[in-house]
Each structure stands twice: as structure tokens, then as C-alpha cells.
Design a protein around this ligand. Sequence first.
Ligand code: ZN
Length: 189
Amino acid sequence: MQNKEEKNAYQRKWNLENKEKKAKYGKTYRNKNREEKLEHRKDYYEENKEENREYYMNNKERIIENAGKRYIRNRENILSFENKEKGREKRIEIKEKVFNHYGHRCQWLNENCNIIDSDMLQVDHTNGGGNEHRRETGLVGPRLYSWLIKNNFPEGFRLLCVNHNWKHKANMEKTEWENRKIKKEINND
Ligand SMILES: [Zn+2]
């Protein structure tokens, strides 16, 4: 009677010694089986051609709907980790291309700021049309970067670090508020 440890050791040894044999056998079996399966499927298809067509015509809507659902499911699978990684790399590449074009540093007060870190930089609409442009085109982040490349880096955009982007927005709000106040005072006079 073998104890558990001996059994495991024996199994390991056997697997190691028969590794190639097992792999080869598995492959041959799979290939043989695949051919048989394909052949069988072909025969089945030919035999039931007419019936299949009739079934399709009678259930067209449902079949198309299910195919659509299957496509969506598959698409989710396809967007697996590997593809996500590829997408990430592509997004970084696009972002860097845009940042390089716009000087790859914060442009606050003619480059008085030393921020060059990609994670801390944002594309800013110089004339302050950011919200409007965003509303019109729905473009933010990677999609905005792609848009800028596609439109050959239009004028009116610059890079700001996150802090200075906030400061810029605050300044604009302040200006707008003051303008409103002045207008009100003029009207009251
Ligand atoms: Zn800055």
C-alpha cells in the first residue's frame, strides 16, 4: 500500500517521463476528431439545407436578434485584458503625440510653471471655449486628443497643469462675474 506522498511522487515521475507521448497522443486525437466533426457538420448541413432555410425564414427576426446579442457578448470577451492593454498603449501614444505638439509643459503665463508630467497636464481651450466645445462635440480625454490630431492641431489650444487649469477657470468665472456686476451698475444708473 502506497501512502499519498509516494503516490504523488510516482504520478509526477510518470507524467514527466510520458510528457511527450501524452502531448503527441492528445494532438493526434484532436486532429482526427476535428476532421471527423467537420465532415459530419458538412453532411448535416447538406442534408438539411431546405429545412434550415425554411426555419430561418420563419424565425428570421429572432435569429438576427440572438446573433446581435451573441455579437455583443463576444465583443465583451474580445475586449479582454490583452486588448485593453493594447488600447491603453494606443491611448498613451495619442496623448503623448498631442502633448509633444503643444510643448509638453504647462503654458501658464508663458511657461512660468515647470510641470511637464503627462499625468498632471491637460489640454485647455485658450479662449475659454472649453465647455462650449465639449458640449458641441462631446469630446474629452482620448477622444479630444484624437480629434486634435485629425484636425491637424488647430489653434486655440494649449497645455496647462491641473492646478493652473483650475486657476484659469476661476479667473474666467471672476471676470464674467465682474462683467455682470458692471453691466448691472450701468443699467441701474
Ligand atoms: Zn502649471
